[in-house]
Design a protein around this ligand. Structure first.
Ligand SMILES: C[S@@+](CC[C@H](N)C(=O)[O-])C[C@H]1O[C@@H](n2cnc3c(N)ncnc32)[C@H](O)[C@@H]1O
Ligand code: SF4
Length: 451
């Protein structure tokens, strides 16, 4: 309770803040940066540095009411087949621009539901991606998997294409919570999926959970955590439910009076986090947990943890190429987002152009602020020496902000041996603290609850 009072005083339960999966955040992107910028950045890639590739599959068979992901429902495969043809064309258009020798270090398929693809389309898409971006020697391939929409044949196809990491959506195992979010998922079906993935040789498994869902309480989240522990994942992501019905219209089906209060959300997240830590997982950043021998935990211990659009990662590639509708690419020069609606994306690709339509060109100051925010989100600590080495005297321009943070967040921050630190009791406030380093935070964009 003492900690809740402290966090309340610092505004945890009033704030709406970005999740800082990028800086600047997507709402400030403008249409000044688009396909032309994307083409120049792709053509300028350095073949000596592998790139990461993200492919978005914006289709699901079921449309869960709680979900804020960019996706559309389909009962037939024909829109999916047409979409994969467009993605293949986009990859060819990229191949025409790429310098020789660029290799793919990592490939991630997200959605939506990539496992809506039948085996033939899985092979087709994976081969097209590898034809454009030949895999590097230590290539890693991760896929988001809906345990209800996958079978052994799909898992075998993914594994034969090199999938070595899988992320499964769980959210909550309580039947009444599942009913209230429009997502039925028996424990047994999830367990079968996990067994099939392990039998196919997938050694790295992540489970997605969400706290703050309708009807969730301490007993139900405890039961969910115990069931998740029985599945023995290597990593767990525990996201706070973002209720944004004006953006994700299907969330209107969720009755707001069934949602836990802000303080109850916090209690639920703390309870689940404690249970994972007691079971031997290590807390990573703001919302992940990993076994101590998992690479994510090891990267965190070394101070090498990174943050990208998927959350926390060990991926240190500076270039991420986003493929498919709504995907965002990150280049050294800046961000570019593809057209978000599948129709607009398809039209642009069929017109022979790349599909970038909004983005942001990074200034040196943006890069400095991005790195500070990433340090806070990953390590809860700013490394002044690294900033001075990379940004020289510009790093000192943030001294005023450091001083303001230390005053405003007195008691939960301090000046440590390397630079400003967020103390363990203040870690829940880190996104609010990070926002003070955000040069665009006046933007009237809507973000999710800080708690
Ligand atoms: C693309 S989905 C998962 C893959 C797959 N389609 C499935 O349902 O299992 C990615 C994850 O985003 C998270 N997510 C979606 N909507 C959310 C929301 N409104 N608030 C918090 N997390 C959300 C969920 O944990 C979900 O598993
Ligand atoms: S949670 Fe997964 S299956 Fe459900 S709507 Fe979102 S992306 Fe689709």
């Amino acid at each position: 309770m003492e900690n809740i009072d402290l966090l309340t005083r610092h505004g945890l339960f009033d704030a709406q803040v970005p999740r800082y999966t990028s800086y600047p955040t997507a709402p400030i992107f403008s249409q000044d940066v688009g396909a032309a910028f994307q083409s120049v950045a792709i053509a300028a890639l350095d073949p000596a540095e592998p790139v990461s590739v993200y492919i978005h599959i914006p289709f699901c068979e079921r449309l869960c009411w709680f979900c804020a992901c960019r996706t559309q429902g389909t009962r037939t495969l024909s829109p999916v087949e047409q979409y994969i043809e467009t993605v293949k064309q986009e990859l060819k258009q990229m191949a025409a621009l790429l310098p020789d020798g660029v290799r793919m270090g990592r490939l991630h398929w997200g959605g939506g539901t990539p496992t809506i693809l039948p085996p033939a389309l899985i092979h087709d898409l994976a081969q097209a991606a590898k034809a454009t971006f030949p895999p590097a020697e230590d290539f890693e391939f991760s896929v988001e998997i809906d345990p209800i929409l996958v079978d052994d044949a799909k898992i075998a196809a993914l594994a034969s294409e090199g999938m070595n990491r899988a992320s499964i959506g769980i959210q909550d195992f309580s039947p009444d919570v599942q009913a209230a979010i429009g997502r039925e998922q028996p424990f047994e079906a999830t367990q079968t999926c996990v067994q099939s993935l392990r039998a196919a040789g997938i050694t790295s498994l992540n489970a997605d959970l969400v706290y703050g869902l309708p009807h969730q309480n301490a007993a139900k989240i405890t039961d969910t955590v115990q069931k998740v522990l029985a599945l023995n994942p290597d990593r767990i992501a525990l996201f706070g439910y973002a209720h944004v019905p004006h953006m994700a219209k299907r969330q209107k089906l969720i009755k707001e009076e069934t949602l836990p209060s802000d303080i109850d959300r916090f209690v639920l997240s703390t309870l689940a986090a404690d249970l994972f830590c007691k079971a031997g997982y290590q807390a990573i950043g703001t919302d992940h947990f990993a076994k101590p021998d998992d690479e994510l935990a090891q990267a965190a211990a070394r101070g090498d943890l990174r943050r990208n659009f998927q959350g926390y990662t060990t991926d240190t590639c500076s270039t991420l190429i986003g493929v498919g509708a709504s995907s965002i690419s990150r280049f050294a020069q800046g961000y570019v987002q593809n057209a978000a609606a599948t129709g607009a994306y398809t039209q642009r690709i069929h017109d022979g152009d790349l599909s970038g339509f909004r983005g942001h060109e990074l200034t040196v100051e943006d890069k400095l602020r991005a790195r500070v925010i990433e340090m806070l989100m990953c390590n809860f600590e700013i490394d002044d020496a690294e900033l001075a080495e990379t940004y020289g005297t510009l790093a000192a321009s943030l001294d005023v902000t450091h001083a303001q943070v230390l005053v405003k967040f007195d008691g939960v921050t301090k000046r440590g041996p390397n630079g400003l630190m967020v103390l363990p009791e203040g870690r829940a406030l880190v996104r609010i603290i990070a926002q003070l380093y955000d040069g665009y935070s006046d933007t009237k964009a809507f973000f999710s609850k800080a708690s």
